[in-house]
Design a protein around this ligand. Structure first.
Ligand SMILES: Cc1cc2nc3c(=O)[nH]c(=O)nc-3n(C[C@H](O)[C@H](O)[C@H](O)COP(=O)(O)OP(=O)(O)OC[C@H]3O[C@@H](n4cnc5c(N)ncnc54)[C@H](O)[C@@H]3O)c2cc1C
Length: 414
């Protein structure tokens, strides 16, 4: 059977759903295609933080120097599946090349264009949908053991200050007053103002998707197996069992986007940066807001289904099975952070962050086909910058001039 669509968006994670909704609001007829229900891949289990100051790239001189030690720690925040290491070498080489001061400046300037107004972008997109009530404007607490640990992170704070990130330092008693459940082991905190968080990242995507269908948008549950070129232009998705014709297509398939982009002539060094969560379903206590625990490089976020502990970076094959032993370190860390927390009841999850070696996403049109658009590679920031990505893609397709320079996000920059 052949259906005729107008714009096809492949991928119903936070990025694809944001593209679909913005395109619909711009007046287009849109079909969203995903092999899963909306929000059931990487967008399902993230830490839920809307990181308006998330412009510090992963590759900084400080991090690069720490990588060997982190890799050798079997329970550390970074791991590499060794059989996969040889395949990763060109990616790591590009990653390291992005740790120079001029590249860091370029990358953080570009990321800031996407992150700074995240809360506003979310509230605007969610308006009138079930996602609206799940978005909470609130600071995230960056927690350090002491001032020396904070000073060791100066590189990142300098970048944030350059972008006028508003922060409030709280120490000693002020910290205990801010959140009495925190352990006294930690004496220095930075409240990152203008942040927000969501009470359930999966339900945010599902709420947005319902808003899209309520206004006539179509969602097809099917795997995109191929994209067919007709008379020199991509025109048809080959799905499991049928096909879908389109005028324009948006590739927003998260960590699975590289294969589809390659089919359309664009080769990108996209890797899955796998991460984990444990959600404590009966924690007994809840923090005031999200806490970024710098000692274990994880985030603890109060959510509607429990207290979520999320983080870790694991490089391995895209669809390799999860290694939950590492995620169990969150249970120990949670006790260190919140001595009164109950850790008996929990659920576990693994997701694949779509990551490019320069920490920037791909947002923009194809250099080969004028009806193909890309929106993927959102690494640790997909929830934060998904809605803005959707707005930018809708601007491009509607022929409106985007209000930021999109050249840093070009697909052919590698
Ligand atoms: C542990 C962890 C914590 C995180 N915390 C945060 C945070 O606090 N804040 C933040 O901003 N970000 C966070 N992130 C990052 C964020 O979750 C991701 O960047 C984001 O979910 C990526 O969204 P996406 O829509 O690009 O991909 P996905 O949500 O993975 O969606 C892609 C979709 O494409 C579909 N798809 C792929 N290929 C095909 C195909 N061929 N046919 C049909 N469908 C296809 C998939 O089924 C999937 O549903 C975190 C990530 C992890 C892992």
């Amino acid at each position: 059977m052949t259906r005729s669509g107008a714009i096809a968006v492949i991928g119903a994670g936070i990025v694809g759903v944001s593209c679909a909704l913005h395109l619909q609001r711009a007046g287009f007829n849109v079909t969203l295609v995903d092999r899963l229900e909306p929000g059931d891949a990487t967008s399902f289990g993230n830490a839920g933080v809307l990181a308006s100051h998330g412009m510090v790239p992963a590759a900084t001189p400080g991090i690069v120097a720490k990588i060997p030690k982190m890799l050798l720690d079997p329970m550390g925040p970074l791991s590499l599946r060794w059989p996969y290491a040889a395949r990763m070498l060109p990616w790591f080489w590009q990653f390291l090349r992005n740790a120079s001061p001029d590249r860091i400046e370029h990358i953080s300037n570009a990321l800031a264009l996407l992150t700074l107004d995240t809360v506003e972008q979310h509230l605007d997109l969610a308006k009138g949908t079930a996602a609206e009530k799940l978005i909470k404007p609130a600071p995230t607490l960056n927690l350090y053991r002491d001032e020396a640990a904070y000073n060791a992170d100066e590189y990142g704070w300098k970048i944030r200050r350059k972008h006028n990130a508003r922060t409030t330092i709280i120490q000693g008693k002020m910290l205990a007053d801010y959140d009495p459940i925190l352990s006294g082991e930690f004496s220095f905190g930075v409240l990152m103002e203008d942040y927000g968080y969501v009470l359930d990242p999966a339900l945010v995507v599902k709420g947005l998707a319902q808003g899209f269908t309520a206004l006539g948008g179509k969602i097809l549950t099917a795997e995109v197996k191929d994209i067919e070129i007709v008379d020199g232009k991509p025109r048809r998705l080959v799905l499991s069992g049928d096909t879908l014709e389109f005028t324009q297509v948006v590739i927003a398939a998260g960590a699975w986007s590289a294969k589809l982009a390659k089919k359309l002539g664009s080769i990108v060094p996209l890797e899955a940066e796998r991460g984990y969560h444990i959600t404590l379903t009966d924690p007994g206590i809840m923090p005031t807001g999200p806490v970024m625990a710098t000692f274990g490089k994880f985030i603890a976020t109060p959510m509607s289904m429990g207290l979520r502990l999320a983080g870790l970076v694991e490089f391995g094959k895209l669809d390799a099975p999860p290694d939950y032993a590492r995620a169990e370190t969150f249970l120990k860390h949670a006790k260190t952070l919140f001595p009164g927390v109950q850790t008996k009841e929990y659920t576990m999850w693994m997701g694949q962050r779509p990551t490019l070696p320069d920490s920037l996403p791909v947002i923009g049109g194809s250099p080969h086909f004028d009806n193909v658009y890309f929106a993927f590679g959102h690494q640790h920031l997909g929830l934060t910058i998904g809605p803005k990505t959707g707005r930018l893609i809708a601007d491009l397709i509607a022929g409106r001039k985007p209000n930021i320079d999109l050249s840093p996000f070009r697909v052919d920059r590698f």
